[in-house]
Design a binder for this molecule. Sequence first.
Ligand code: PLP
Length: 221
Amino acid sequence: MTPGDEALELARQIGDMEQLQLIGVQGYEGHLQHIHDLEERKQRCQQAMQILTQTAEQLRVAGFPIQIVTTGGTGTAEFCADYEGITEVQPGSFVFMDTDYRNALGPVYSNALTILSTVISRPTPDRVIIDAGLKSLSIDSGMAEPKGQPELAYQPKGDEHGALSWKQEGVSAELPLQIGERIELIPSHIDTTINLHDTYYAYRDGVIEAIWPVEARGKVQ
Ligand SMILES: Cc1ncc(COP(=O)(O)O)c(C=O)c1O
């Protein structure tokens, strides 16, 4: 909903419901998260914070006890946290990171999640097929990247399969990848990729130390 009067109208409707108590407002400036230029991202975020905090104040003046003003994502949380009147920030992607955020923010947070795939065939010397396709990696923010192998490019080749080839066009040298080899892929968009999976495998130094369910999976309604 739009801030200001429309938010106030909703607050009044909530106020009429005995079972509900309005204690806060949330804004998420999702359209600003991936602005590459830091100064522009900061400036536009501050404009958004002004609108959000003004709405919170408008509701307070109308008698609603607004204590929580929550906002922010991985690209903006640091600016939101500094803005007067914001009581909480809610970034999420920074925990794992993805290539889209890395491209926008630079190496501020490190990557901590990959999709593990296996080379299952070598149709030609310069192309291998892996068992990770559209059901394993989302592509709404571009292609996943093979971890530690910047010379390779990933392309989904259907629901269950994908291909790895040389990133540079025209190179026909043999790929140094064998059937059975494991390849880690860094997702381009962590939110939509995690939602494709049931389980996290938490590992350190090659040892799986914990297995966690992706509890929010499939809970979209
Ligand atoms: C309402 C809301 N808050 C916070 C977040 C987390 O943002 P980010 O993934 O940019 O850290 C999201 C992500 O989509 C969101 O929709």
